[in-house]
Design a protein around this ligand. Structure first.
Ligand code: HEM
Length: 502
């Protein structure tokens, strides 16, 4: 019997097959009509998978080159999602201001592996409530105050002696120090660099960060994550294992806070969250917005967001300090004039150190460590300039394109801090289109801490050391892009004590 005969004789199978064909054709027609009449123009791609197979690993480069063909705002289908990509400043600033674009996609970053959203992945009122609380608690424990600056300075004084030698793996040294700053805010204490708990936590987070593909496959095909983890594909098994291991460790910290009896003293984020959770529960015992699972997810995501990004930006800064040693001299001249070599740098010193600030801005521009912002979603129909964005469209801000736009930055490939200096060199000017932290109401929550860290680490390092690498090393500016974009080949660095420190 032929297969067709089987269908003819099997009425239920026939109905299912024709139903599926009808659904497929209907879906195809709806998508086509929507693409033609409602969405910005863009490439079509293949059925089901859309344009995904044509994107490279570093998706921000593909998004950038598509904008050359289809214009600054275009649409493409990636898996199940219609995705609008914004690649120029004129439209990005409209998008920053548009409150309909504050939502995130419905799926979590690791949908299928971890389904409970942290507040970074939430939308609407739960996001607002969590963001408000997070900011309030972090401020109460020192975030954005001189207390935070003092804590970062104390951490840096512990860090500096660890690099004073030759052939240092800079990323391996700086990561545990930077993550200590966020540990202090979240857990209420820092860790020794050899602390087994912290070494394991940093290691698991680092492995997740390297395995994640930002705006990668599972962002658009979330149902694949679990299958990929089982078959050890696309690093999903590493993400699954290491994310769970990191969360088990963080849960131990939370457990230690939960048995604390005196909750009048809020020492850190976990304390603050638990108190708010209790207060809300006392008012309404059905209020589940603040719960233990979200607390765990928030702390984990904070830890990741606060460590990887600052580490990557400082790695780009090191790369350009060894590429252009004369910039080290210029920054050191400002250190000598403003701070000297006997006292510790303060964040306020930045106001009198224009070249140092210009160098940091340029490292942020050229590094573009978050080259594609965290995905957004249109919570309702909206319009960006002349482009329609229907409800539930995923929206990508390709920050990379803004930072490499030759109309905004002459010779964008060139590392040139002078582009941020006023004509007489007396001021560093940060234009609104330098957007490493994104913008609008969903701008990076850690911007304040990150700016303090970037300035104080850089200036402390150069106050003590001259940085160089082996003269035989041929510098490569290639990058890898996991959670953040960082140099692929940062050479081993030598930190020589400068003469005035002898
Ligand atoms: C150089 C360092 C950093 C860069 C370049 C950076 C960049 C970004 C970007 C581009 C976003 C996405 C915003 C959007 O959706 O449009 C973001 C979100 C976020 N960042 Fe950062 N970040 C940095 C450091 C930090 C630090 C130190 C912390 C922790 C204190 C942090 C916590 C967060 C959080 C919690 C969010 C999510 C905000 C929300 O969804 O409401 N970031 N960051």
């Amino acid at each position: 019997m032929f297969l067709t005969d089987y269908f003819v004789f099997s009425q239920p199978l026939y109905s299912i097959a024709s139903g599926l064909i009808f659904l497929f054709v209907f879906n195809f027609l709806v998508t086509t009509v929507k693409r033609l009449f409602l969405l910005p123009p863009g490439p079509w791609g293949l059925p089901i998978v859309g344009y995904y197979p044509f994107l490279k690993d570093e998706s921000y480069l593909a998004f950038d080159s598509l904008s050359k063909k289809y214009g600054p705002v275009y649409c493409l289908k990636l898996g199940l999602h219609d995705v609008v990509v914004i690649c120029d400043w004129d439209h990005l600033k409209l998008a920053f201001a548009d409150e309909s674009l504050l939502a995130r996609p419905y799926e979590t970053f690791f949908e299928g592996l971890i389904n409970e959203p942290s507040f970074i992945e939430m939308s609407g009122e739960p996001w607002r409530a969590h963001r408000r609380l997070s900011l309030q608690v972090l401020r109460n424990v020192g975030f954005g105050t001189s207390k935070m600056e003092d804590a970062v300075s104390t951490e840096i004084q512990q860090f500096l002696p660890t690099i004073g030698k030759s052939k240092v793996d800079f990323i391996a040294k700086i990561l545990p120090s930077v993550s200590n700053n966020i540990s202090l805010l979240l857990f209420g204490h820092r860790f020794d660099y050899s602390d087994a708990f912290k070494v394991e936590l940093d290691d698991n987070m680092e492995r997740v960060n390297q395995a994640v593909q930002f705006a990668g496959l599972t962002a658009f095909f979330p149902w694949l994550a679990r299958i990929f983890a089982i078959f050890k594909l696309s690093g999903m098994d590493i993400i699954d294992k290491c994310m769970n291991a990191a969360e088990d460790l963080i849960q131990k910290e939370i457990d230690r806070h939960q048995v604390k009896t005196d909750m009048n003293e809020i020492e850190d984020y976990i304390d603050g969250y638990l108190v708010e959770q209790k207060n809300r529960h006392n008012k309404d015992e059905n209020d589940e917005v603040f719960n233990n699972k979200v607390l765990l997810r928030n702390v984990t995501e904070f830890f990741a967001a606060g460590s990887e990004t600052v580490t990557s930006t400082l790695s780009w800064a090191m790369m350009y300090l060894i590429y252009k040693p004369e910039y080290q001299d210029k920054i050191r001249t400002e250190i000598s004039d403003v701070i000297g070599f006997d006292r510790e740098p303060l964040y306020v010193d930045r106001n009198r150190m224009p070249f140092t600030m210009a160098f940091l801005y340029e490292a942020q521009r050229i590094g573009s460590v978050i080259a594609v912002n965290l995905l957004r979603r249109a919570a309702r129909d909206t319009k960006i300039g002349e482009y329609n964005i229907p409800q539930d469209t995923v929206v990508i801000f390709n920050l990379w394109s803004i930072h490499r736009d030759p109309k905004l930055w002459p010779e964008p490939e060139k590392f040139d801090p002078n582009r941020f200096l006023s004509e007489d060199g007396s001021k560093a000017i940060k234009p609104p289109y330098l957007v490493p932290f994104s913008g609008g109401k969903r701008i990076c929550l850690g911007e304040g801490l990150a700016n303090v860290e970037l300035f104080l680490y850089l200036v402390n390092i150069l106050q003590k050391y001259r940085v160089r690498c082996d003269p035989d090393v041929k510098l490569s500016f290639e990058s890898v892009f996991g959670v953040a974009r960082r140099p692929k080949h940062l050479p081993l660095l030598t930190f020589e004590k400068i003469a005035s420190q002898n």
